[in-house]
Design a protein around this ligand. Sequence first.
Ligand SMILES: *[C@@H]1O[C@H](CO)[C@@H](O)[C@H](O)[C@H]1NC(C)=O
Ligand SMILES: *[C@@H]1O[C@H](CO)[C@@H](O)[C@H](O)[C@H]1NC(C)=O
Ligand SMILES: *[C@@H]1O[C@H](CO)[C@@H](O)[C@H](O)[C@H]1NC(C)=O
Ligand SMILES: *[C@@H]1O[C@H](CO)[C@@H](O)[C@H](O)[C@H]1NC(C)=O
Ligand SMILES: *[C@@H]1O[C@H](CO)[C@@H](O)[C@H](O)[C@H]1NC(C)=O
Ligand SMILES: *[C@@H]1O[C@H](CO)[C@@H](O)[C@H](O)[C@H]1NC(C)=O
Ligand SMILES: *[C@@H]1O[C@H](CO)[C@@H](O)[C@H](O)[C@H]1NC(C)=O
Ligand SMILES: CC(=O)N[C@H]1CO[C@H](CO)[C@@H](O)[C@@H]1O
Length: 464
Amino acid sequence: MPPFRKTPPISHRVMLLTILLALFPWRPSVLVSPEPSPCQEPRQVGADSLHATSSQEDWEEVAKRQDRHLCYVLPVKGHDDAETISNVLNGDCRHRALVVLPGEEYNMNTPITTTDLDDVHIHLFGRLLWSPDIPYWLSVSMPIGFQNQSTVWYFGGDRVHWDGHGTGTLDGNGQVWYDWAKGQGNLPHRPMMINWRHLTNSVVRRTRFVQSQMWTMATSWSRNILFEDIYVNNTSSREHSTLNTDGVDTINSDNITFRRWDVTCGDDNIALKGNSSNIFVHDSVFHGGQGLAIGSLGQYNGRHEYIDNFYARNVTMHNTRYAIYLKTWPGHQNGWPPNGGGGGLGHGEHIAIEDIVVNGTRTAPFWIWQCEHYEGDMGKDCDSSQFSFSDVAFRRVSGTTAPGVTLAASLRCAAGGGGCTNVTVQDFSVTEGSSGEPMSEWYCANVHGAKGFECEPFPPEEEE
Ligand SMILES: *[C@@H]1O[C@H](CO)[C@@H](O)[C@H](O)[C@H]1NC(C)=O
Ligand SMILES: *[C@@H]1O[C@H](CO)[C@@H](O)[C@H](O)[C@H]1NC(C)=O
Ligand SMILES: *[C@@H]1O[C@H](CO)[C@@H](O)[C@H](O)[C@H]1NC(C)=O
Ligand SMILES: *[C@@H]1O[C@H](CO)[C@@H](O)[C@H](O)[C@H]1NC(C)=O
Ligand SMILES: *[C@@H]1O[C@H](CO)[C@@H](O)[C@H](O)[C@H]1NC(C)=O
Ligand SMILES: *[C@@H]1O[C@H](CO)[C@@H](O)[C@H](O)[C@H]1NC(C)=O
Ligand SMILES: *[C@@H]1O[C@H](CO)[C@@H](O)[C@H](O)[C@H]1NC(C)=O
Ligand SMILES: CC(=O)N[C@H]1CO[C@H](CO)[C@@H](O)[C@@H]1O
């Protein structure tokens, strides 16, 4: 299966329908099958074998057989397709529905909230393209309830199956945002494309996410979701960076699996924020960015957060900064989120990565520090955090660092929360990029129970 094909050219049929729809006001096609006799006939065309150019009649067949409403949504030139999508997902196709978006390009001109879906199958073949009107989006983006992050699409519900068939794309028109931000971090009201919010028991497959405005997406208050065959690419073609274009962040979420992700971005490729549990990353490739991130945590004074059970296996990382980094804010509050903060507490445990290949890691592959800050005090007050970590394991990690990077690990755990306990390294064979020498430096502070590696204290010049 080639998951990342280019969108095929629009068919004549779709074009004709588009013209007809432009001429006549559009209403979603709604189909209710009266007779619920779904599983009798042996050889039927399933939704999986249909494609962008399948006829509406073919989809009606499928809908009828599955006893679902059908909404067959074509883009309308000069119209805000976001509004149509919102009307469909809040109306006739909110429940037990089949939603097909076969068009080539849909204009997303307003923020939308579709959070009550119930047993809905969505087939997206073309591109959802957000407009580049920055002042407008800054005035309407919707807060996600964490770190002043916002979004232009709240998406939630139960039993949603979203299939992008390898061509379905969400395109945030990010270049205008990268040029506007000029590399400044966490600008208020700068939105992510989509916030999976109170989404449960769902699957998102074969979908492309490109040029996101800020973070690509986040899951929050969500559980039991599989995201597979996902392509993320946020690349700036001009001088300003793609800082803050994380691939995905999890917040207050449980049992989320990311399988076969290909992520190009300028920040955390996959990050776990507070209250993430049972998060899995399998069979994925990252290009650039920071690698896997646990955190940042402890940014909110007095608030308790946890991380429980993160497991990544078989991930290849090209030119990432780290393989994995764990980051918390200091124990004393210094400023306010999104760029300042600290004073939070909590615990992260059962964090394991296995079968990791790094290619040109730009700094130590393993990194822990507890003095995150984005307003000038980064790397200060590193010992006060009351957030602690335990049962952390790095197994079967191979590859190379960038030339000149000789440090295998920088584990600067804070005494304030008791430090890091039970850190295991097994089968580590990363070599320095130019010499091919094995890496032998492992710096630790407040690491208790280091297994499989020899801790040495940070050299004095490394101290702040
Ligand atoms: C971030 O959110 C907090 C709490 O909602 C608010 O007090 C603060 O002003 C926001 N900061 C910015 C830069 O918008
Ligand atoms: C976790 O989510 C997956 C879907 O990704 C689901 O199949 C599985 O049953 C869930 N596990 C639990 C314990 O709910
Ligand atoms: C990401 O997108 C850029 C620009 O479109 C392209 O040059 C690059 O090859 C893409 N990366 C991957 C891994 O597809
Ligand atoms: C590891 O992940 C890569 C990239 O997704 C995949 O091609 C490969 O089959 C996976 N290997 C195993 C052993 O699953
Ligand atoms: C995480 O869960 C704790 C309760 O265990 C709660 O007090 C805290 O507000 C949650 N954190 C976030 C970011 O919602
Ligand atoms: C490492 O990354 C570079 C460029 O980022 C790429 O050209 C090279 O093929 C990669 N090496 C491996 C072994 O994947
Ligand atoms: C240390 O952590 C490993 C997982 O990384 C776990 O299997 C083991 O039980 C832990 N040891 C102790 C003493 O808690
Ligand atoms: C790989 C990919 O889809 N790249 C896209 C990045 O964004 C630019 C601008 O929108 C597109 O032209 C590329 O096709």
